[in-house]
Design a binder for this molecule. Structure first.
Ligand SMILES: *[C@@H]1O[C@H](CO)[C@@H](O)[C@H](O)[C@H]1NC(C)=O
Ligand SMILES: *[C@@H]1O[C@H](CO)[C@@H](O)[C@H](O)[C@H]1NC(C)=O
Ligand SMILES: *[C@@H]1O[C@H](CO)[C@@H](O)[C@H](O)[C@H]1NC(C)=O
Ligand SMILES: *[C@@H]1O[C@H](CO)[C@@H](O)[C@H](O)[C@H]1NC(C)=O
Length: 299
């Protein structure tokens, strides 16, 4: 079965009364495609059901009470899609099968991401970590995910972007790190991401001082459509102002004193953003596209 078909079926959820379709389906679960698709959602599970067919390619145990999945699936060498969302996992599961291409871990309680946890997931194309409690990622943790295209870290507590984004991040199409505690973006953080066509950085704690100049310029350099709505949280006198309506002089006068050229604000900003007071009070101009439904584009 192609991953595309698996994903379409998975996203449709569990059809009613499908449990009878396969005699090898674990008790209480439903298996719309025998031995390939197994759904065990919302069953109050505290442990993985026994007798899940070893050659399952899509497994969802979403919306249960699972706390620990370490090494339980490591022998499932056909597993491509694994939905562990809405559980009680307090750390990234260890010993996941290297065959995984799509992993959903949203709405768990994960607090940090280590390099070791991600090391073997070289085939991963999609990783969803939305709405966890992630405060830190080991700097090189993402480096081994050489096929990753979609990463969501929305709704966590990150105060900085992972320092080393892998060269493969040219394959990263989607980066969502909004609703975190980011204050700035490290110099050159996005430079390798030539395929990046969506970034959502809204609702962070942006400090509109010199450290933000890299991001400011990166956005003004033709990427306004990616994230036009970043609001400053600090310094106090710039709080609640939209970053892109501020002048270089307001953010980092030192840069001008060093004789660097300021971006030509009026010629770069779209007309709607030029009238800064109106925009700042209403927050009505949202340039980023907030559509992030799972679209299975890989097969
Ligand atoms: C994973 O399960 C959650 C909860 O049922 C669901 O909302 C989500 O769409 C699923 N993800 C995929 C990729 O099917
Ligand atoms: C999974 O393995 C069983 C035997 O263990 C086999 O009958 C079945 O056809 C296999 N299913 C797939 C999708 O490969
Ligand atoms: C996975 O396979 C190995 C080697 O065949 C075995 O030792 C181990 O117990 C298996 N793990 C599980 C969780 O079944
Ligand atoms: C931008 O344009 C406005 C009027 O359109 C003008 O008042 C303002 O001085 C200009 N700012 C810069 C930096 O040129």
């Amino acid at each position: 079965m192609s991953l595309r078909l698996c994903c379409i079926l998975l996203s449709l959820g569990c059809p009613r009364g499908c449990a009878a379709l396969s005699p090898s389906c674990p008790a209480g679960c439903c298996c719309p495609h025998p031995d390939a698709l197994v759904f065990c959602e919302s069953l109050g599970l505290t442990s993985l059901p026994r007798f899940i067919p070893r050659n399952t390619s899509v497994l969802s145990v979403a919306r249960n009470l699972l706390c620990n999945m370490d090494h339980l699936l490591q022998n499932f060498s056909s597993l491509q899609v694994l939905n562990l969302s809405h559980n009680h996992l307090d750390r990234f599961p260890r010993g996941l099968p290297p065959s995984l291409e799509s992993l959903q871990l949203q709405e768990n309680r994960i607090t940090y991401i280590t390099t070791r946890a991600l090391k073997q997931l070289r085939k991963l194309v999609q990783l969803d970590l939305e709405d966890n409690r992630i405060r830190a990622m080991q700097p090189r943790a993402l480096l081994t995910l050489s096929r990753l295209e979609r990463l969501s870290l929305k709704g966590n507590f990150l105060s900085s972007l992972p320092l080393f984004l892998p060269p493969s991040l040219t394959h990263l199409d989607v980066l969502k790190i909004n609703r975190n505690c980011l204050q700035s973006v490290p110099e050159a953080a996005f430079d390798g991401l030539s395929r990046l066509h969506f970034v959502d950085l809204a609702n962070n704690l942006w400090t509109c001082e010199c450290d933000i100049m890299y991001l400011y310029r990166w956005l003004l350099d033709g990427r306004l459509g990616l994230a036009g709505d970043l609001v400053c949280a600090a310094p106090l006198h710039l709080a609640h102002r939209l970053l892109l309506t501020l002048s270089v002089m307001a953010i980092c006068p030192r840069v001008l004193k060093q004789n660097e050229e300021a971006p030509p604000l009026n010629s770069t900003l779209p007309t709607s953003l030029r009238n800064s007071p109106a925009v700042e009070t209403k927050f009505s101009v949202r340039l980023s596209i907030h559509v992030f439904y799972y679209i299975p584009i890989f097969s």
